[in-house]
Design a protein around this ligand. Structure first.
Ligand SMILES: Cc1cc2nc3c(=O)[nH]c(=O)nc-3n(C[C@H](O)[C@H](O)[C@H](O)COP(=O)(O)OP(=O)(O)OC[C@H]3O[C@@H](n4cnc5c(N)ncnc54)[C@H](O)[C@@H]3O)c2cc1C
Length: 462
């Protein structure tokens, strides 16, 4: 492709900014990133309280975040944040020890022994029966192939045929049961459901395992995690400062028209002409599952195939509240509440995060899901009240909400559409209308998978 083409990138989140970085590394310097907010970072949002930053969005990474590491190297920064630690409570606020940590306790507990055995089997199955399960993106999976880059420091290109991969379309719960390892869900659920990614009876195993591949999940178990002192937003602020063309802020794209081999973008009252466009903003088109949200069809001249595919996208309603707590009510650590991570307890507090380990008045953040495919969506206000009530039950009452959002979260498709080859159809459309699709739905809703997908997109098409 001609290195001088003019490229428009919609969105100044991890996907859009890394697309800019990788384009630039490949010699494409004629790009413009438009961001509708007055800040970059998207769902990496780290506001200030008393001079320190807390997290309203992304919090952590793991050592296999290779694309994030690329950004760190590009900007000369590192993961220098407070060490994460956590404990567990039951639904009544009692501290529990679900994974007895001493060998003596493990031997006494037959359930734990069984789980450890299943975990070992699961690790072996992923390596053998499901070889290729963990490459970034979903190309070929529904057809029993893998095609992408390995999750290794060298990110080697890997390709192969493995018909077993088709199993990844089924919900994770069914996938685990079919493979005789149902108990491993008790480990995977912590960094999955409580992080807003939905319930195992509805989410295809592919999403669960591409994000929480075995190695990544074990990093969570061992609390081998990265955080950033100035928040995850800082990573993207730094990247924005280091790329040649920082994002143009306060710029909502109002209209996109594609014809005559050009892309005409209306932004800030002007029509700009481009050769190609990379969309990292939500691709979804409102339908009965995702009504009420601004969809791509509201500003794009969407074509029939785009309409058909993107109307299949669903997303999670994930609520985050930042509460101010008095020193006497500080939780001494962050807590996971496993009892509340089931669809029957939709809307309840699943995890709360204490970021700084000192006694200054501080912010704790709470997380709840409001939607499960088989139940009625819980209204935001109701959910917020339930969370506040739960904090009292957890013996960490907090009165004052200083920040909150309900976020368009983890766009994905369900089993039926995944198995019918949704991803291969979208991948086949890459470039068709001078348009490239990136961002969360194309891989997974975390900062590294989205940035890594942008790397591959640039590698494959530019
Ligand atoms: C509460 C929470 C906790 C999370 N925890 C973690 C975590 O611990 N670790 C992790 O790796 N990830 C985590 N994530 C997920 C991670 O933040 C996202 O997956 C990641 O930010 C996605 O990047 P993106 O660029 O694809 O999308 P986004 O971050 O959503 O960025 C998209 C950008 O596009 C802009 N935009 C949208 N429409 C337009 C338009 N029409 N014109 C111009 N601009 C537009 C938006 O304003 C936004 O800035 C968390 C997210 C949340 C909300």
């Amino acid at each position: 492709m001609d290195k001088n083409i003019r490229i428009c990138i919609i969105g100044g989140g991890p996907a859009g900014l890394s697309a800019g970085m990788y384009l630039e590394k490949k010699g494409y310097e004629n790009y413009v990133i438009y961001e509708r907010n007055d800040r970059v970072g998207g769902k990496c949002w780290s506001p200030y309280y008393n001079g320190r930053r807390y997290e309203m969005g992304a919090i952590m990474g793991v050592p296999s975040y290779y694309a994030v590491e690329d950004v760190e190297k590009f900007c000369g920064i590192t993961h220098d944040g407070p060490k994460l630690n956590r404990n567990y409570k039951d639904g009544n606020g009692n501290v529990i020890e679900p994974f007895a940590r001493t060998l003596g306790n493990i031997i006494k507990n037959p359930w734990l022994l069984k789980m450890k055995k299943q975990l070992k089997t699961f690790g072996e199955l992923l390596e053998t029966k499901y070889k290729g399960y963990d490459v970034n993106g979903h190309r070929g999976v529904a057809e029993g192939r893998y095609d992408g880059y390995a999750v290794t420091p060298g990110r080697e290109k890997v390709q192969g045929v493995n018909p077993n991969l088709k199993d990844l379309a089924m919900p994770f719960k069914d996938f685990c049961e079919m493979n005789g390892v149902p108990l491993v869900q008790k480990i995977w659920i912590g960094p999955f459901t409580s992080f807003g990614y939905g319930y195992f009876d509805e989410i295809p195993a592919a999403y669960v395992l591409k994000y929480l591949d075995y190695q990544t999940c074990m990093n969570f178990v061992k609390v081998n995690l990265w955080t950033w002192k100035n928040g995850t937003q800082y990573i993207w602020e730094q990247l924005n400062d280091h790329i040649k063309h920082p994002a143009v802020l306060n710029s909502t794209i109002e209209k996109v028209e594609r014809h005559d081999g050009k892309v005409f973008v209306t932004v800030n009252g002007k029509v700009e002409e481009f050769d190609k466009i990379i969309v990292t903003a939500p691709l979804h088109i409102p339908n009965k599952r995702a009504d009420g949200q601004k969809g791509m069809d509201e500003y794009f001249d969407v074509r029939d195939d785009e309409k058909e595919l993107f109307s299949k996208i669903d997303y999670e309603r994930y609520d985050v509240q930042a509460f101010l707590t008095k020193p006497e009510n500080h939780p001494e650590i962050s807590y996971y509440v496993f009892d509340n991570m089931v669809p029957e307890r939709l809307g309840r507090l699943m995890v709360y995060y204490r970021r700084w380990r000192d006694e200054i008045d501080q912010v704790i953040t709470t997380y709840a899901l409001r939607k499960h495919k088989n139940s009625k969506e819980i209204p935001y206000e109701e959910c917020r009240q339930m969370v506040q009530d739960d904090l009292k039950i957890m013996k960490n009452p907090a009165e004052k909400v200083i920040n909150e959002w309900s976020v368009y979260y983890f766009p994905h498709v369900f089993t039926e559409d995944y198995a019918a080859g949704w991803y291969d159809k979208v991948e086949a459309m890459q470039g068709k209308y001078d348009t490239y699709y990136a961002g969360e739905v194309m891989s997974f809703g975390d900062m590294d998978e989205t940035a890594e997908y942008s790397r591959e997109l640039v590698d494959r098409f530019f």
